[in-house]
Design a protein. Structure first.
Length: 445
């Protein structure tokens, strides 16, 4: 039977949630961010449609180019690129207020007298912030509606996967902002700390192409790199879980430092425990092997018959590549073959053998340069091709598997020539005015 006090127990939760939502809705930071977000997303959308239309004109003259006309790459990712910038640089100011409002004014002492503990208070604040985050999607989703009104094609799995990535990224930014507000004494210092984390993530992203292994390893921790997979139309459970672990880790650290009555020593010990648990969880999440190609053109997948056969390979599979890291063939090989094999075969090891440089201009002196060696069950094959149609028969031969019959998949593309400049009225005038009116109304509320 339902407890007679169940409704009474829930009332304080709703009361605190209502208080947090009211505080956010009356915050100038939220509405100013929305006012700035509208033209930013609008400009990104209009420029994306303009470039897409130019490419579509070429596709009308040369039909073979139409296969490259994908709304995910041409419209959705550039449009939400403006949203990403706002989440990185502006959203922390909104999130900091959620934590700092009580801490910086001293009202936290009254808040601690409520029946809620610090973890529950932080959780309710995060839920209230997430509710307001959905409000920030209005400019981006309105761009999607306008695109469809123009007659543009939309593949929903692409959009949903992209929005999921943006939400997980925003949760990490919120966690960073919460932590920054909990360890500082004023809004300005908290903003500097939060932006140091987010901009530092950009620096890590730049180090992905660095030749030193140490810097390259740090680059894999970049938040931008994690989001990039979602932007490319690939859902990886490992990346999603790692972003969630980062978010919960920062939120838990903020709960540790939010309490004013605990000593710095106690907070430091608890923080070390949280960091250790988060690091272990982060590494374990990286082992999750679930992938979903959400793209309409199946760019991250082989045919179903090929994938079913490759999943029967259950022993160590080794690939040795004799190519320089900056060789375009290595990028092509990774995109068209290696990354797909790593998602399908549980035990794939890839070794990049950099050639020795010699001669006046530093030309490669390795006789095996350009070759790729495939090893499985003591058998070995080699090829210089980066085309899966030529390499897959070699792999099936090594595994003693029959070569499956592939069904041709011809993606026609979705070219569209349209002028999006009239939509600037909505993004540059109407939507900012609506948000400005909401700002005026909530301050009279």
């Amino acid at each position: 039977m339902r407890s007679p006090n169940a409704r009474t127990d829930v009332k304080p939760w709703f009361a605190l949630m209502r208080k947090e939502l009211r505080g956010l809705m009356t915050s100038k930071a939220l509405w100013v961010m929305l006012i700035l977000l509208s033209p930013l997303v609008g400009f990104s959308f209009i420029q994306a449609v303009s470039l897409y239309a130019e490419a579509s004109r070429s596709a009308q003259e040369f039909p073979d180019l139409a296969t490259g006309m994908v709304p995910l790459d041409g419209i959705l990712v550039p449009t939400f690129g403006g949203f990403y910038i706002a989440m990185t640089l502006l959203f922390p100011f909104v999130a900091i207020r959620v934590i700092g409002m009580e801490k910086y004014t001293g009202a936290i002492k009254l808040l601690l007298q409520t029946p809620f503990g610090i973890p529950k208070i932080i959780a309710i604040k995060l839920m209230a912030l997430l509710v307001c985050w959905f409000l920030t999607l209005v400019p981006g989703l309105s761009a999607v509606v306008i695109w469809q009104a123009f007659g543009g094609h939309l593949y929903w799995p692409d959009l949903l996967n992209l929005l999921l990535g943006q939400m997980l990224y925003s949760l990490v930014i919120a966690g960073i902002a919460f932590f920054a507000a909990s360890i500082t004494d004023n809004y300005g210092t908290a903003a500097i700390v939060a932006l140091s984390f987010t901009i530092g993530s950009w620096v890590l992203d730049f180090s992905l192409g660095h030749k030193l292994l140490f810097w390259s390893g740090l680059g894999s921790l970049s938040l931008t790199a994690a989001l990039k997979g979602f932007e490319q139309g690939l859902f990886a459970l490992s990346r999603a879980l790692q972003l969630l672990v980062l978010s919960l880790g920062f939120v838990t650290l903020s709960a540790v430092w939010f309490h004013p009555g605990r000593s710095v020593y106690t907070k430091t010990i608890n923080s070390m425990m949280v960091l250790s648990l988060a690091a272990i969880s982060f590494v374990m999440a990286g082992d999750a092997r679930m992938f979903k190609d959400t793209t309409e053109d199946r760019r991250h997948s082989f045919s179903p018959a090929v994938e079913k056969s490759l999943q029967r390979i259950d022993q160590d599979f080794r690939i040795t590549v004799h190519l320089a890291p900056d060789d375009p063939r290595l990028v092509d090989l990774d995109r068209s073959l290696i990354s797909k094999l790593q998602r399908l075969i549980p035990r794939v090891s890839v070794v990049i053998v950099e050639p020795k440089r010699g001669g006046l201009f530093g030309a490669a002196s390795d006789d095996a340069y350009g070759q790729v060696f495939y090893e499985y069950a003591g058998r070995k094959e080699q090829s210089r091709s980066t085309n899966p149609k030529e390499v897959l028969p070699l792999i099936f031969g090594l595994a003693r598997l029959p070569v499956p019959e592939e069904q041709d998949w011809n993606f026609a593309g979705h070219p569209l020539v349209v002028d999006a400049y009239p939509s600037g009225i909505w993004f540059y005038c109407v939507l900012p005015l609506l948000f400005a009116s909401a700002l005026w109304f909530t301050h009279r509320w």
